[in-house]
Design a protein around this ligand. Structure first.
Ligand code: UD1
Length: 418
């Protein structure tokens, strides 16, 4: 296993390119199952989760290739309905093949993802909604077995906003018979990207980006060439890293339109974020940083995927603030690790109370999930002395070449064997 060794205290300076979005790429790649002809994706990030998705598409019977940020997926001789546990357990988003398989093949056998470090994360909302479209499910030996004749359009009201559930249903409804209306749908920019992709393949989707999405099912969908949107969470992480290290960064390919809540909270805390020439975004400290209160919410609210990184920044800001996590029930595992670096944080149920300290000090810490890993890296970059972040395979799932990008910005960071 690899770890990152960080010698903290160097301000990050220079220009960094934001990669394609992992969370947009995963469902958009999975949507290839719905297509009659080959599709070419560009701006695909080189990440472990992308490789896992391409491997899953192979297992399901499709041909894939991935070179220089471009992935090509071709329909194979026939589709196979089974997504095996060995793969699903390494990436929960594998469950996103369920809707497309049911729509295209009329059957699916997908391993139940199981628990995950940031909470129970069930898929009940995906299943209930697909049942409304005529699918039937059984649970057999840890597998969700789904069957359907051609899926039928339906009116679906999600009890709770679910990103993955909305994506699964969008894909299933694209090839269903008749109209599907999704109410209380997720509005995340990645949902927009998926709907735009499906429309480029011939789907008839309107209302995406609002809580009510209408999908008029079509008979078939064909491949196209599509560029995946930039990663708003990676971008947000670099905005935090600029402020945290008292650096000065220029972000290329930064999706400002998808970062309103993040930029507004960071600006409130004293971070200067300005659009610069050539479509770049400049981030640095605007003055003394101050703690604020923040609550995670579905989009357009503050994203749970930026909670850990914002907490790291609060740890070195003046005053105190409360972070309330409302999306996942167990997403404060980075707290104990930040405390090892000298942070002052107390957790009660779904809230973390952070009192800023003048400086963090390096220590060995352990990454527990993807965004927690990122928070420990940015904290290590700002800390005095050496921080070793163990178990960074989480980071490799979601941040393209993070230590390479950071090295180019002047950070003293290296990858080593644990
Ligand atoms: C996606 C993102 C993840 C992000 C999350 C919230 C991907 C690959 N992952 O995850 O990075 O943190 O959105 O923005 O895009 N829930 C249920 N039943 C369900 C489905 C969800 O109870 O059937 C609950 C979950 O446990 C969670 C909440 O709903 O508490 C939101 O989950 P959801 O929006 O579905 O997140 P994911 O799609 O898993």
């Amino acid at each position: 296993m690899d770890k990152l060794v960080i010698e903290g205290g160097t301000p990050l300076k220079g220009r960094v390119r934001v990669s394609g979005s992992k969370n947009a790429a995963l469902p958009i790649l999975m949507a290839a199952i719905l297509l009659d002809s080959p599709v070419t994706y560009t701006n695909v990030p080189r990440l472990r989760d992308i490789n896992t998705t391409l491997k899953l598409l192979n297992i399901l019977g499709m041909e894939t290739s991935f070179e220089d940020g471009a992935a090509v997926v071709k329909p194979g001789a026939g589709l196979n309905p089974e997504a095996p546990y060995d793969l699903v357990k390494t990436m929960r988003a594998s469950v996103l093949c369920l809707g497309p398989l049911l729509a295209r093949l009329g059957e699916a056998r997908v391993a139940l993802p199981g628990g995950c470090a940031i909470g129970a994360r069930p898929v009940n909302l995906h299943l209930t909604a697909l049942e409304k479209m005529g699918a039937q499910f059984d649970l057999d030996s840890g597998y969700i077995e789904g069957k359907a004749d051609r899926l039928r359009g339906a009116k679906i009201l999600f009890d709770q906003v679910t990103v993955g559930g909305t994506e699964n249903l969008l894909m299933a409804a694209a090839l269903a018979e008749g109209e599907t209306i999704l109410e209380n749908a997720a509005r995340e920019p990645e949902i927009m990207d998926l709907a735009e992709f499906l429309n480029a393949c011939g789907a008839r989707i309107t209302g995406h980006g609002s809580p009510v999405i209408r999908i008029e099912g079509v008979e078939s969908l064909s491949g196209c060439e599509y560029a995946i949107m930039p990663d708003r969470i990676e971008a947000g992480t670099y905005l935090v890293a600029a402020a945290m290290t008292d650096g000065d960064l220029l972000l290329e390919n930064c999706p400002m339109g998808a970062l309103d809540a993040v930029c507004s909270k960071l600006r409130e805390m004293g971070v200067s974020i300005e659009e610069a020439e050539g479509g770049l975004v400049r981030a640095r400290r605007g003055g003394e940083l101050a703690c604020m209160d923040v609550t995670t919410r579905p989009y357009p609210g503050f994203p749970t995927d930026m909670q850990a990184q914002l907490m790291a920044l609060m740890c070195v800001s003046s005053g105190a603030g409360t972070i309330r996590e409302t999306i996942f029930e167990n997403r404060f595992m980075h707290v104990q690790e930040l405390v090892r670096l000298g942070a002052k944080i107390t957790v009660t149920s779904q809230s973390a109370f952070v009192r800023g300290v003048p400086r963090l000090t390096g220590a060995p810490v352990m990454a527990s999930d993807l965004r927690a890993s990122a928070s420990l890296v940015v904290a290590g970059l700002a800390a005095k002395g050496t921080t070793e972040v163990a178990r960074i395979y989480h980071l490799d799932r979601g941040y393209e070449a993070m230590e390479v990008k950071l090295q180019a910005l002047g950070a003293r960071i290296t990858r080593a064997k644990e």
